[in-house]
Design a protein around this ligand. Structure first.
Ligand code: NDP
Length: 264
């Protein structure tokens, strides 16, 4: 029996166990997927190995720690230095990132998106910014603190903190990648700033799923087309599951099984 897990803090909200267990059951694949509440990211590697895991997903705030915990990094994760999926290959931890492709899957229905504002500058923001630039989309970033913006200096057309935001720029899409609203009722920036940002965009997305965040409620009140992080979660989950079960199902079939978990 293989065991997989999701590491995070918080982690109780995660739908990943339901999603992956649904696919394992459908495939008759001898595996189970559980949650690990991990407070200290530096303990990730030891915890993973002590639990004898075959693989894992990593969520907030440990994706950068997960990168450091791996023996080898493959694919897009090496571009961004952020890992959301780890596979145990004969005792070696191999790190991948499936978040960014999961997000591209999620926003397929948003048309003519060329200019994007990312709110937040953490692991998810890095992955999305790099992925957007690969697709020749213009990236702009705003974050609460200046320190984390350094990473984006060469990637983004502009980087702002709350204090120096240029409110004259219009965007096609604004994405909240902060954890504001995840376990509280906070907006990802002061209300006046969010109001201005939302007045200047066609579409809005939030990486948080399972609840209508204050940010999305604000967008809804302004009648802006929005989506929460559920499709992103499904997208990254499909790609992670392919790695877990070594491609035993077509992507669409994995998706079909995972969607069933949303009904549970
Ligand atoms: P990180 O911890 O790496 O980054 C968090 C970012 O949020 C930082 O830029 C931080 O700013 C900012 N932030 C945190 N709290 C606040 C606040 N109260 N107000 C404003 N800014 C804040 O997190 P991740 O990038 O790993 O994850 C971010 C979110 O995305 C989480 O909610 C996670 O659940 C969600 N997510 C969803 C996925 C999905 O599949 N739907 C996939 C990946 C992530 P500062 O630098 O100032 O501290």
């Amino acid at each position: 029996m293989k065991v997989f897990a999701i590491f995070g803090d918080p982690v109780s909200h995660s739908r990943s166990p339901l999603m992956h267990n649904c696919v394992f059951k459908h495939l008759n694949y001898k595996a189970s997927y559980t949650r690990v509440h991990l407070k200290d990211g530096t303990k990730l590697r030891d915890t993973f190995l002590n639990l004898g895991l075959s693989g894992a997903n990593i969520t907030v705030p440990h994706k950068e720690a997960a990168y450091k915990a791996c023996d080898e990094i493959r694919g897009f994760a090496s571009t961004v230095g952020v890992v959301n999926t780890i596979i145990n290959e004969d005792g070696k931890l191999i790190g991948y990132n499936t978040d960014a492709d999961g997000f591209m899957y999620a926003i397929q229905e948003f048309k003519n998106v060329k200019k994007i504002l990312i709110i937040g500058a953490g692991g998810t923001a890095k992955a999305l910014a790099s992925r957007f630039v690969q697709d020749n989309l213009e990236v702009n970033v705003i974050n609460r603190s200046a320190g984390r913006l350094d990473y984006f200096k060469d990637l983004a057309s502009s980087c702002f903190t709350w204090d120096d935001f240029d409110d004259s720029i219009k965007y096609d899409l604004v994405v909240n990648t902060t954890s504001a609203g995840l376990k509280d009722e906070e907006l990802p920036a002061p209300v006046e700033l969010i109001n201005t940002i939302l007045n200047n965009t066609s579409y809005v997305a939030d990486a948080i799923y399972g609840k209508l965040t204050p940010f999305l409620k604000f967008a809804q009140a302004k009648d802006i087309t929005y989506k929460d992080g559920a499709d992103m979660l499904l997208g990254q989950g499909v790609l992670a599951n392919e790695l877990f079960v070594e491609k035993k199902l077509e992507k669409d079939d994995i998706l079909k099984e995972m969607k069933k978990s949303f009904l549970l």
